[in-house]
Ligand binder design. Structure first.
Ligand code: PHE
Length: 338
């Protein structure tokens, strides 16, 4: 029995040493210590021994079992460690791999300029108004005091949809729509798309304008000049020179064209300002009483000014863009710069 035990112990310890997986170790444990295991069987056989021998052999069996249990526990632990190490290795994430950047769009320079101008005028108390792009002749021309034979109505400038339906040629019809909807005081700014049959490096058949209108009881030409000076200073920088030249629009009287000192050469004269030192950026004037008549305002007791500017031209000056067509070609390499 002693020999048998010794042999069993050595064989088992050897098997534990050689085993390579948790399953094999489990199998060894069952074969030895399970209900039908070899050591279990030996222990059951203790009863057949002489009473004097029982405690001695019993002790021996216990020590063999303890030794094997210890070896099994150690081998199981090391097999577990190996398993964890292998899993950590295979599930490793390479955090040094560069990420994929999502493609992010940028705002179009025309949108940027519209937003900036609207926010400057919001600070001066002007609300944003809108009107339709397909407009009736009456709003686009008639109510704005364009005489029936005015050249601006000519087919060469205006895209007609039907006889008296057209693509608006300016944002000024929003003046009319606003005045028909509400009574003074009025302070609005109206950004939008306008259309004219014209196309070259500085003209596009579709472009954008921002209209301004202020009507109240005592609005003067001085107010117009003040508002425009604050506006150009904010848009192009403090102390940008501003100049008003007499001009003509059917719907304003008196009318003016507004220039700023050339933002490229600072007024010295260059190619962009055609050596004049000045750049025209908007048209303006005091609302003509004839316009008030069309919207049933009492021209005797109110006064106001209006102005209108082309956005593409301002974007070109602000960002140093030399060809307007760049703004409409949607070349992503160009648009990403803003
Ligand atoms: N509507 C004019 C244009 O398109 C600009 C303008 C607006 C002039 C308001 C005076 C007052 O040229």
């Amino acid at each position: 029995m002693r020999e048998q035990l010794e042999k069993l112990k050595n064989i088992t310890l050897q098997a534990i040493k050689e085993s390579s997986s948790l399953e094999e170790l489990q199998e060894i444990r069952i074969n030895l210590l399970g209900r039908k295991g070899e050591l279990t069987a030996l222990m059951k056989g203790l009863g057949l021994l002489e009473p004097a021998e029982r405690p001695i052999v019993g002790q021996l069996v216990n020590s063999v079992r303890d030794e094997i249990e210890t070896a099994l526990a150690a081998a199981t632990e090391s097999a577990n460690q190996k398993l964890i190490a292998r899993r950590l290795q295979s599930e490793q994430i390479d955090t040094s791999l560069p990420g994929r950047h999502p493609l992010k769009g940028t705002k179009h320079p025309v949108s940027l300029v519209i937003e900036e101008i609207c926010s400057i005028f919001a600070g001066l108390g002007f609300a944003v108004a809108e009107g339709p792009e397909i407009e009736h002749d009456w709003y686009n021309f008639e109510a704005l005091n364009f005489p029936p034979e005015h050249p601006a109505r000519d087919m060469q400038d205006t895209f007609f949809v039907e006889k008296s339906l057209l693509l608006r040629t300016h944002t000024s019809p929003v003046q009319i729509r606003t005045m028909l909807k509400q009574k003074p005081p009025i302070r609005i700014i109206a950004p939008g798309t306008v259309y004219r049959c014209d196309s070259d490096a500085t003209h596009s058949p579709m472009f954008h304008q921002i209209e301004g209108l202020m009507v109240d009881t005592k609005v003067t030409f001085g107010d117009l000049k003040g508002i425009l000076t604050v506006f150009t200073n904010q848009l192009f920088g403090q102390k940008t020179g501003v100049r008003l030249r007499p001009s003509y629009f059917p719907f304003t009287e008196p009318s003016a064209e507004v220039d700023i000192a050339c933002v490229i050469c600072g007024g010295k004269g260059c190619r962009v300002c055609k050596n004049s030192g000045w750049l025209e950026i908007l048209g303006a004037g005091m609302v003509d009483p004839e316009v008030y008549r069309h919207v049933q305002y009492d021209a005797e007791n109110i006064s106001g000014f209006a102005f209108g500017m082309g956005i593409e031209r301002i974007a070109m000056l602000k960002y140093g863009i030399s060809d307007m067509r760049l703004l409409f070609e949607n070349d992503i390499r160009f648009l990403r710069q803003f």
